[in-house]
Design a protein. Sequence first.
Length: 758
Amino acid sequence: METAVIGSASCTGSTRQLARNFGKGRGGLNNITITMRTSGEFAAESHSPEEAQGEESVIVISDEEGEVTLGLGNSVLLIEDGGEDSFIRDKRPVEVLDEELAITFSKRGNVMPHARYDCTAYPFSRAEEETQVPLEDNEKACAECYCYLCDKLASECPNWTSVSSCHCNAHNKSKYWKEQRDSALAGVLTIFNLDLTEIDSELREGGSLLQNFINEMNVIYKKYVDGEIMNRESLYSCTCACHRRRTTRPCNSCAVHHTGALIHNYAPVFVAVTEYLDKAELQSPKTSVVMQLGAVKELVSHQATPSPLGLKVPHACLKESSVQLMDRIVRSLQGLFVLADFPKELYDKFVMFFQSLTLPPHLYVYVNSLNVIRWDNLFLTSVLAGQNTTGQRTNKGKKEFLWEPLPVVQARVKRLEDEKSYRQVVRYLNAVRCPDTGGLTSLRQKICFYMCKYGDFASAAYALIHLKSLPRSLALSLTPAQFELYLLMLRTSSYPPGNDLVAGEMWIPFEGPPMRKGILVRCAIKILFLNVGLSQQVKCWAALIRTWCTSDMVTPEGALDPMHLDEPDLHFQGMVMNMSCAILDELRRQPHAYLPDPFPKSPFSCELILVVQAVIQFMMNSVTPLWGTLQLILAFGTNIWALVLLLDGISPMQSLLVGFVSNLNKELCDEEQLLLRELRRNGAHYASHLVSAFLLHSFDGVRSVGFHILDIIILNINMFPWSPALAGYLKVLDIQSLKVLAEIQALKNKIARLRSCC
């Protein structure tokens, strides 16, 4: 067999004819090398056989017309053999046969591994489907012939001439043999109608695990079908009257009870499938889908076997257990189809396989459960892009809605969260509809959080009060922790990292314009008016105060920073307090209220005073005992003037003031560490103003709180190196205002102890 080396060039026209002539009549040349110059012309060089020994690669010119395509179709392309004489050394000089072709060297090509039907040593006879006996000389094979089905040498193929499976007749032009080869290479994956080019390592892994599961399931399911003889006494006790008479001979009905019964228990099958699904959910997406779809195929083939007695053990009934398993599989597959980027062809084949299964009546509800809308669907993309905000459209005169099952909605939200596409999450949740309204409502409760994530803080504040996609106001379902988290996000125009509605130590500021002043304070108070459960908890009011004593910007490190406001004059405080009463009354009646002139000019001080007035009214209207008063006091931070405003506001109601002081003194004993932490953090200036705020009050019960705080400081004097500064501040107080000689003397003694301890 003569071969010609031409690199990767295709040979046409006179070049091909010369190659044929060369194969037939130019056999006297020793070696032939056909090369192509960069200009596109073929050039020739002369080599001796010894010089050509290093030549290894051989590409063969085909006899077919048109360009030569290498590596596709047949495993070998041939030219005619020139015989043994063609390898005799030719002494003639290089002969140019054509303007395009010159022959300089030739050698016999090595016989490479090839399929049996491409063998040149023995002719091959083709047939569409012959499996009984070898056709003509098909069973003969050279040393390099391979079996088309087994991909093994013909000499190693166990079914080379087997009856009913004659592999020597296999070839690539037969549909039957190609299907047999695909089945041999793809294994159980053939049930998905996959091309060999589509099968990667993940799919092969899934096929391998699925095949093992099928083998195990065949054994377990057979035991279920065969059943087990069980004594009826092990299932339920006999209630026959003969047992009460204590006779030695049982009656007829009792004799029946004590005989064995054939019982079919599906529980072992349920356990095996559950363990298999647990393993499948830990695999890669493709592997998991193959494993779970294969489990569906097994489940739908199981048939219930009636039992004379019902077992009172979990999962003994086939129908009930199958529904539970099917529901789990469908939910998992729906999520995978959304989260994983399967190629469209593979996705369609998975869905077509599921739809090709014949589901029994008890599973018929899942027939169309895997018809999940792909991400490139025009309807879905229009919703995500904000072009369709309602989730409905008119198609051929009929209204269509974006309906998706809850697992699909959950998976879409998770993927959009991971991609930080929070604006698309809000659009999708507002538009989508779901048969599980409770689950969809739970997802929609994070819409305000997503709005904060992309910087629309004003819309988030209003959405807390009213959101069209929710059946009731989101404010009614807020927990105290969520209420404070939203206040801090809206106050600081920042948000915590991650996708969970949980506050952390680090906050990420939004690089954009902050929310306009006055919006948040009205929305926050309105939420407490709407949610009675929140308004009855002092820690929610403490969170409200703490928010307005926090800076409206986070630090560069992403931490919250307390804010100190200078004390306004008393006339300003009184004026804003009076205005606040009208504002709060308006907020009780309607969603919004007008903020008069001082608020835009001094928003921080005015809003804090409005908050204090809201707390005073809450305390006056509360019918439950006040607990958490220490947190309320400490929430003011260094803004002690606002604390004094609160104490003065509740002073007219003496019963309220007495209860407030009593609870505060008790909490100072029980939660002393809270006070010590604030004292260490804020220093002598804070301690001085905090103590004086209580000592200078006109009510003796309030003054007792000041003395209690001094006692705590003295007992922990080693923690406060600034105690001399506190003593100096208390000394210059107008102690004569105490008006009680015993209190004056007690204060002097405490000042002396503060000095002596240092």
